[in-house]
Design a protein around this ligand. Sequence first.
Ligand code: SAH
Length: 396
Amino acid sequence: MNEVIVRLNKKFISKILNGYPLIEKDAIINKNKLKNEGDVLKLVDHNNKFVAKAYYGKQNKGIGWILTLKENKKIDYNYFRDKIAKAISFRKKMYNDNNTTAFRVFNGEGDGIGGLTIDYYDGYYLINWYSEGIYRYKNQVVKALNELTEFKGIYQKKRFKTGGKYIDDDDFICGKRGEFPIIVKENGVDFAVCLNEGAMVGFFLDQREVRKTIKENYAKGKTVLNTFSYTGAFSVFCAMGGAKKTTSVDLANRSKEKTIEQFSINDIDYYKHDIIVEDIFNYFKYAAKKQLKFDMVILDPPSFAKSKKYTFSASKDYKDLLKQAIAITKEKGTIVASTNCSSFNMDKFLKFINDAFKETSKRYKIVEKFSLPTDFKTIKQYKEGDYLKVVFIEIN
Ligand code: SAH
């Protein structure tokens, strides 16, 4: 790859030297040097003194990621192999756990290379490329997986169309093609996963601890409303944990058959559960009117969503979402409030929760809190990477 020398804006230098991994949009003075994504950038200060090496790759959040603070480090195949090898050895325990066969192997900047993630699904690897720049290192990354692991096959998602969108394609790279859906296990529960069916695979790995906790400690005998239910992962874990009944609500048509599939592969009679395709904000109104009350309400919305009638933005509307949930949760019931929005932190999220209860004149207790599991490795210098916030709230 080409190596290009670029000069850093003074005010970004100490941050980078302290381990901040992202090159922000205004960090580079001579932007005209930025030509081909994937180029290795040698970042220097105003005296031409070396600061760091990075790669050029445009994402929503910046224009590239720092690769090393060592001037003599070569960004070659060995560089990628060593980072991936280290990431694999950090997850050794997970590879050896037969009850959980889906987890994250490489978590972007948390494992030293931003813009790249690699997930493991029972023998298959799925690589996510978040810029054209990192995609130019495909050969190195695939070669490293070949050298370091045994696998059935490798798939990829190119997530770098304008606005970070997925580029629709045949996502197969090498190995043996899977017969999808493949069944993976998470803490003993089966889950159907498709690696070559568009942007989504059907399962958000980062909620593993939350699903386990709900199944083991909360679900038994409960009626549960699972909002923004997608493929019904939380509903399945509730049912496996002995919930009396789950109600899954999602706007997307495909969510219904996907949820039926997840129930079925775990031998749960889906007829005993409600799977509703509807705008959740309409459902809240319906439930309030019918005076429905649930023992547990799970809120796991996307950071931003637009439906025909409503726009939801987690940073603006989470408090109101909570208020609607509070209205249909029983006394002593539980609300599981989750968000993957990286633009606010746990303290702010707790404030949304406090405000929602204040405005509904109800008392509450925070029972437990979760953030990302260990396979979603983060670094303290990049707080935005630690995006997941889940709070279990008991209504008093
Ligand atoms: N909680 C899920 C993941 C949610 S993904 C899980 O644990 O797997 C976000 C989902 O929200 C998508 O399936 C999308 O269809 C749904 N969604 C977005 N806006 C919605 C709305 N207004 N009403 C209901 N569902 C909505």
